[in-house]
Design a protein around this ligand. Structure first.
Ligand code: 9MR
Length: 554
């Protein structure tokens, strides 16, 4: 995008890295730093910087400066740090980060202008007109301070504006200003620095899901309206116990097709403590696969890790029994994850371009009215990166639907529609993101739903979980009858000790562990075969990973 070019060129000239960025440099030495390999691939590899150790610890500075070509202030550019009282700006921490980056020839990503966290109470309590003015003033002053600084090339303009179900987050911003604050924020940032790249950033959007699709729709809409959204940030706070988002590359690619730059902005991969060699190895594959996904997508500018040493990480504060999420240990020793990032960056584009063989045709067992267990003959991969997983699609002509994903050669599909014939095929993926040809088709028909001509069915999926809670989204309610219905009631059972903590698109009542969900005003009417969704959040005892069961619909 031409608006960015002058600033980027100034940045590169200053850092003496023009050649390295405009054209990927030649191959770096095998043992070279992460940044040398990233330069050679035309990508950035970044870290979040904490200002305490940046000023106090030489080892911290040495690694931060030596290994990374991009930095993000972990906290120093947030609202509470830069404008704690109205119109009283303090930039000491922000300047420390920018100065360090300048000395080390690194680009800076500004994080973050408009967020619901780490924003002082005085902002949250303003009325609409005053809040909009304060937002514009804040953006103008913070972005304006670095507009002529060639190191600062991009900003997170808005951060975390969505709920898990894809609704706008009911933050004080939204509640006071409505969704227009988002477009206003981008316009204010563009006015303050016409050359900076402007991003929207969020978590749990790495895979294709309700939240990432809401973000996709918003970015598409805003760009159609001429709102200057240039870039989308996928935070990448991953946890080995929840699995890898195998559709990351595909997701990055669909955003890239909107014409935006994409980037991984806050990568970390937490494990359940204590560390072990096996957990370190699993974690390393997550780091490798994120870096490879970015390398495989031209519009992906790079990967920022949310800190680099386990000595300083937000994870143990937030998730008491989890940690060790970064690529160096507490004593600044590189972990297997460091090697994984290094080797992925060093890999070169031609390392593995051989796709896996096509899987065998899927065959279905245990078919119910809304689920089916599929198995197929496994693929093999000879390209070196190894099999990474499988995607199961429903054959529907022009736009096939991704029904499920599996790490091995079987998967149980859920949320299917009763009494429907499904034609499905499978594709295999390898560690470099190469996709196999489609398998032959498999066919099965779901059973008729309960309740005959007047029935409905419901099935829920756990979308996201953390130590003491989880989100079930979507619960899909389908009218399996032959006539329209004007209301529905879904019941299900929570494991002992689990309690509902909010819902959307349905009203919950609780009796013991039995929960009854009734349609909201807007989603009770369902035509035959029509479906709708609702979601809910649950609090649970720490680490109790049982999930709700026995969904019935009437
Ligand atoms: O890492 C940051 C931590 O030091 C702060 O205490 C925390 C408070 O909100 O924010 C952390 O960074 C967050 C980032 O700004 C936005 N995405 C989620 C990050 C982890 O919580």
């Amino acid at each position: 995008m031409s608006v960015h070019s002058s600033k980027v060129l100034r940045a590169l000239a200053l850092a003496g890295m023009v050649a390295a960025f405009l054209l990927p440099a030649g191959p770096a030495q095998a043992s070279a730093s992460l940044r040398a390999h990233a330069d050679a691939r035309g990508k950035f590899i970044g870290t979040a910087l904490a200002t305490g150790p940046l000023s106090d610890e030489a080892s911290y500075r040495t690694i931060a400066g030596g290994e990374f070509n991009q930095v993000t202030a972990e906290n120093a550019m947030k609202w509470d740090a830069t404008e704690p009282s109205q119109n009283q700006f303090t930039f000491s921490g922000a300047d420390a980060v920018v100065n360090f980056a300048t000395q080390n020839g690194q680009q800076v990503h500004g994080h973050t202008l408009v967020w619901h966290n780490q924003t002082p109470g005085w902002v949250q309590n303003l009325g609409a007109t005053a809040m909009r003015d304060a937002m514009r003033n804040h953006i103008s002053r913070v972005v304006g301070r670095y507009a002529d600084n060639p190191a600062v090339v991009s900003w997170d303009v808005v951060n975390e504006v969505f709920e898990e179900n894809g609704d706008f987050r009911r933050s004080f911003w939204y509640n006071t200003l409505g969704e227009s604050y988002i477009a206003d924020a981008f316009r204010a940032a563009r006015a303050a620095d016409p050359d900076a790249r402007l991003c929207i950033n969020d978590y749990n959007v790495e895979g294709i899901n309700a939240k990432s699709t809401a973000m996709y729709d918003l970015v598409s809409e805003l760009r159609d309206q001429g709102v200057p959204v240039d870039c989308v940030g996928f935070q990448g706070h991953l946890a080995t116990q929840y699995g890898f988002p195998n559709d990351l590359r595909q997701n990055l690619q669909r955003f890239a097709a909107l014409g935006v730059q994409v980037r991984i902005t806050e990568l970390d991969v937490r494990i359940q403590m204590p560390r072990s060699a096996a957990k370190d190895a699993t974690q390393a594959t997550y780091y490798r696969d994120v870096v490879n996904a970015c390398l495989a997508v031209t519009a992906c500018a790079g990967v920022t890790i949310w800190g680099f040493t386990d000595r300083y990480s937000w994870v143990p504060d937030q998730f008491p029994s989890e940690g060790a999420a970064l690529i160096y240990d507490e004593n600044y020793q590189p972990k297997p994850s460091y090697t994984a990032v290094h080797d992925a960056l060093a890999g070169g584009t031609s390392t593995d371009t051989t796709p896996p063989t096509a899987p065998g045709a899927p065959s279905a067992g245990n078919v119910t009215s809304n689920s089916a267990a599929l198995t197929w003959t496994a693929s093999t991969d000879s390209g070196g990166s190894g099999l990474a997983g499988y995607d199961v699609y429903r054959e529907q002509g022009a736009t096939d639907t991704l029904l499920g994903q599996g790490a091995a050669n079987s998967v149980t599909l859920t949320g299917l529609t009763p009494n429907v014939q499904y034609q499905v095929y499978v594709r295999a993926r390898d560690g470099a993101g190469n996709l196999s040809a489609n398998s032959p088709l498999g066919t099965f028909t779901t059973q008729a739903g309960p309740g005959g001509s007047g029935g409905c069915t419901a099935a829920g999926t756990v979308q996201n979980q953390w130590n003491n809670g989880y989100v079930v989204q979507p619960v899909t309610v389908t009218n399996t009858g032959t006539s329209a219905i004007s209301g529905w009631t879904v019941t299900f059972t929570l494991p002992p000790g689990h309690t509902p903590a909010g819902s959307w698109n349905a009203t919950l009542t609780v009796s013991g562990q039995t929960v009854t969900a009734r349609n909201a005003g807007h989603n009770g009417n369902l035509a035959p075969n029509g479906s709708t969704t609702f979601g809910f959040q649950v609090s649970r005892p720490n680490g109790d990973t049982r999930t709700p069961s026995g969904y019935t619909c009437a």
